[in-house]
Ligand binder design. Structure first.
Ligand SMILES: Cc1ncc(COP(=O)(O)O)c(C=O)c1O
Length: 450
């Protein structure tokens, strides 16, 4: 039955994300809480999908959007630039690790990564290497749902749905120390071994045919927040340089201050050629994404031209929201707060679930966390017949009034679920404690007893 509080696919004209699933109707949101049409409150501990970095209803961002809509909502970028676009580009470029970066705006993560691929192809064509087209990605990665970036992604479930037309570019294993590091293997040895897959893949494909390597410096929803092992990204940088391959850092989830530095790659002291940002850059207030080009890449395209564009690139209202989000981040020192509150939440999670028989790993950086669930802590085996566990975890959490972001991978035919959390940077200790209490109940309800 369809009610205004709880809409089902029958009686609604919406084709939902999961078409047969009923969804509550979100009607308002403030701070850490989203409220549905029945009045039920949900504590938002994942910012949706690492989006709502300032929480909901931030008055500064709302006011900035209102002002911008009244002044200039939109003027097509084929004809004009606009002040918010200029200001936001300058703010982002200033934060980049090298001077002279340029920023290209888009409306979402997939669009940003598609833009990154086009930058790579056109950069190499401009430099006289039109055959450099291959994009190397990693297993269990997700860079978006459009064809180009889904082709570069290693998320099997999402690839399967559109498999036939996808390009089968080479993929290498992720840097995933919890599962891939050998017993007693020093971490630097492991990170060198993980990076060497890239060297092999480039050699096998032929460096003259490879345009770029794309990875998330900290893998978000595909693996449940897995940071690259120390030294990995530096080796990736060195391998890319040696073979003349561009390095694209997808910071759509992990960037924009979420891990305590504006750019996530700063933790690893490397400079990628292209960085994509989305989600937190607009905080959910407007659809907004950005592609940051290192100066050398930007200069080449400035000289040779860049054939690309969407109707809403550089959208004045979206960029005004982005500027307002950046001002709040700076004024309230939120990336610094993220480090402090992140350390607290990680220790509370470890106290609560560190000894849980079905919790294999608890990890995080800044306010970005993953809990990996296993059937057996010793062997790290997943759950047999557990394909539905991620959905069951999400629904049970919502029942308990908690928004978190479960996902999962298949390892040797068994499901290994994980839960990603990326709370708004305004999170306080009581929210953390409430989240932990609710998660405990969710585990009791959904996970098999040992
Ligand atoms: C790392 C990463 N890249 C790209 C995307 C695609 O972004 P969008 O859904 O905005 O197209 C996502 C979305 O979750 C993501 O997590």
């Amino acid at each position: 039955m369809q009610t205004s509080e709880h809409r089902h696919q029958t009686g609604s004209a919406v084709l939902y994300r999961a078409p047969s699933q009923p969804y509550p109707v979100a009607v308002s949101a403030r701070g850490m809480t989203i409220t549905d049409a029945t009045g039920k409150a949900y504590l938002d501990m994942s910012g949706g999908a690492a989006v709502s970095c300032l929480g909901h209803g931030h008055p500064d961002v709302v006011a900035a959007i209102q002002r911008q809509v009244e002044t200039l909502a939109f003027a097509h970028t084929a004809f004009f630039t606009n002040e918010p676009q200029e200001e936001l580009a300058s703010l982002i470029a200033t934060r980049f690790s090298e001077p002279g970066a340029r920023v290209y705006f888009a409306s979402g993560g997939s669009e940003a990564n598609e833009t990154a691929l086009k930058v790579a192809w056109q950069y190499w064509a401009a430099r006289g290497h039109p055959n450099k087209k291959i994009i190397i990605g990693r297993d269990h990665s997700y860079h978006g749902n459009t064809f180009g970036v889904l082709s570069a992604s290693g998320n099997d479930a999402r690839r399967r749905a559109s498999a036939a037309p996808l390009v089968n570019w080479p993929r290498i294993p992720p840097c995933y120390a919890y599962r891939e590091r050998r017993n007693e293997e020093p971490i630097e040895v492991y990170s060198a071994r993980a990076a060497a897959y890239l060297d092999d893949a480039i050699r096998r494909a032929g460096a003259d045919k490879v345009a770029a390597f794309i990875c998330e410096p900290i893998v978000g929803s595909s693996l449940g927040v897995v940071a690259a092992a120390p030294g990995y990204l530096a080796r990736v940088r060195e391998i890319c340089d040696r073979h003349e391959v561009l390095f694209i850092a997808d910071e759509i989830m992990c960037g924009s201050g979420r891990t305590g530095t504006f750019f996530a790659h700063r933790h690893d002291d490397v400079v990628p050629d292209i960085v994509s940002l989305a989600k937190g850059i607009g905080g959910g207030y407007q659809p907004l994404a950005a592609v940051v080009l290192r100066n050398a890449v930007a200069e080449e395209l400035t000289r040779a031209g860049f054939a690309h564009g969407h109707t809403y690139i550089g959208h004045a209202t979206a960029c005004a929201a982005g500027v307002a989000v950046q001002r709040v981040l700076d004024r309230d020192k939120l990336p610094e707060r993220t480090q402090k509150m992140g350390a607290l939440f990680l220790s509370l999670l470890q106290q609560a679930f560190g000894e849980h028989p079905l919790v294999g790993d608890i990890r995080g950086r800044g306010l970005f966390f993953g809990i990996e669930l296993v059937r057996d802590r010793k062997t790290k085996a997943g759950f047999e017949g557990g394909k539905k566990l991620p959905d069951q975890l999400r629904l049970a959490a919502m029942d308990a009034g908690l928004i978190c972001y479960p996902g999962g991978i298949e390892v040797q035919g068994r499901t290994v679920p994980h839960i990603m959390m990326a709370p708004p940077m305004i999170v306080e200790e009581p929210h953390m404690r409430e989240c932990i209490a609710k998660l405990g109940k969710v585990f009791e309800t959904v996970l098999p007893r040992s």
